[in-house]
Design a protein. Sequence first.
Length: 155
Amino acid sequence: MEAEEEEPNVVSRRMFFRHLSWSLLSFAGLAAVPFVLSSVIPRKVIENKRVRIGRPGDFPINRMIFLPKPRLFILRDHKGIAAMSAVCTHLGCVVDQDTSGFQCPCHGSCFNQGGMVKSGPAPRNLPWFKVITLPDQSLEVNLHRTVSPETRCKT
């Protein structure tokens, strides 16, 4: 009786599926690398961090005015002018102003008039930013610099 000899170049079914599995796993791992790196490496945001908002006379006293382009609420009261972000700290939707404060239309976070979280999934209060009076008497908001809600730019 002569035993059948396997040809050296023939791959068994088991070996074929083992190579196929490792190849697919390697491909999936390589395809995932950009997504993993993008979550670890911070994105460089090209955004002007200083925004001119106008002159003090553009803002009525004791009113909160929404500016859509920089997504800010500007408050002018007897103490001065302040700027609060209109971007929800949950997922970045623009909040709506209502009688009791602000509400996020996306996931329902509620903030009081001072931007403090009352309810919802938002993890932090709405930030307030430094307002500066420029030499030409126009106002600029520094989006790099957060301040307390009580901080005002004297006008």
